[in-house]
Design a protein around this ligand. Sequence first.
Ligand code: TGC
Ligand code: FAD
Length: 384
Amino acid sequence: MNALDFFDLRGQLSSDEQLVQDSVARLVDTRVLPIIRECFEQHRFPRELVPELAALGLLGASLEGYGCAGLNSASSGLICQELERGDSALRSFVSVQSSLVMYPIWAYGSEAQKQQYLPRLARGELIGCFGLTEPHGGSDPANMKTRARKSGGDWLISGSKMWITNGAIADMCVAWADSDEGVRGFIIDKGTRGFSSSEIENKFSLRASNTGALFFDEVRVPESQRLPGAAGLKGPLSCLTQARYGIAWGVIGAAQACLAQMLEYTATRELFGRPLAQNQAIQIRLAEMARGITTSQMLALQLARLKDKGEMKPVQVSMAKWHNCRTALDIARDCRDMLGGAGISAEFGPIRHMLNLESVITYEGTETIHQLAVGRELTGRSAF
Ligand code: TGC
Ligand code: FAD
């Protein structure tokens, strides 16, 4: 029996889905795991891996056309799961590029915008970022202060965005701004006058990811750079649904990496004359981890099947993102503890995953936001 797949969910996958999982797993084993500790320690995004992610078709993998792979939902979820088994930073990069930059252009962009940006984003020639969160409070994007004003045939955008994945390395951003007509989305290229970014340094989490702040000082953007199909907050929120879906899958990989290391460690470490794994208290904790991973896997796979049928609801994604992040974070923390003193060493994965997951449970809607979304669905009353 596979401890990391207790109910043989892999047996439910098609051979194509298994193939996708195996090819990403190979990339993670051979190219990510050997360098990720150093990247985390050095606070460095491994940009050299971008062409390899692109070559495997992992950027915009679920989109049709424009050089994208057009994979089904389970496949795109498995990509996230395997990448996050390596590190949440890699999954984060792919989530942002695919769900938050390519998806809005694909879903809401003009044909010219799709032609101009999507193939290059898919090939990793362009790196994108997504600017929604602002410094005064990300949970409530309806209170957006970044403004877009009409000026002749152009738009003038002023404001700032905070905590933006890829922010300081991106070649372009999909930025959201409020206007007299409501929230609108814009594609803004690096180098546009008045648009600048800076890196957020000294993070204790997602150290192998680039996180930045974006600044817009009367940035002049032609109408042709506005996403014509996006009107209102529904535009950015619908992108979040795509990214949250990927996170629900991704964090399973982080939890699996932690459990795999603990099974090995507890089998070989001897205390009180027996392997750690021979203690009831340890076995119960390992069993709890396997239970958590299993329930997360089942939620993710069912979500994938609903998504493919066009039946997935945002509130279901909320529950899966909340459940799977909480489960993975609890597992990583418990693994850290079971390693004793060694648990605080970068030599072992759990503390790195644990620190990463502190971001993952916060971004794309905090745990509380998703609990309140589920609460609203149950009661019919909004507590926001
Ligand atoms: P409300 O103002 O009532 O709704 C506006 C419209 O949007 C629709 N909608 C959604 N559509 C698709 N998917 C969703 N998840 C949607 N949520 C809402 C809604 O139906 C409405 O449509 P319409 O036609 O009636 O106008 O907004 P709400 O009350 O539903 O939302 C409130 C709340 C708190 C849930 C929302 O503001 C929220 O989700 N806040 C959290 C913000 C957040 O998650 N930010 C994430 C920023 S991006 C990020 O973190 C990237 S990290 C990525 C990485 O590195 O991996
Ligand atoms: P706040 O909204 O200020 O929340 C603070 C606390 O208040 C939280 O605990 C929250 O749960 C709680 N809270 C809020 N409302 C309520 C309520 N009604 N009732 C009870 N409690 C409540 N954003 C982007 O736009 N693009 C990105 O690429 C991106 N990448 C990120 C990468 C990293 C590493 C991180 C850490 C964040 C990233 N974010 C990004 C931002 C992220 O989405 C926000 O941090 C998140 O939405 C929370 O917003 P906030 O940090 O402003 O916290």
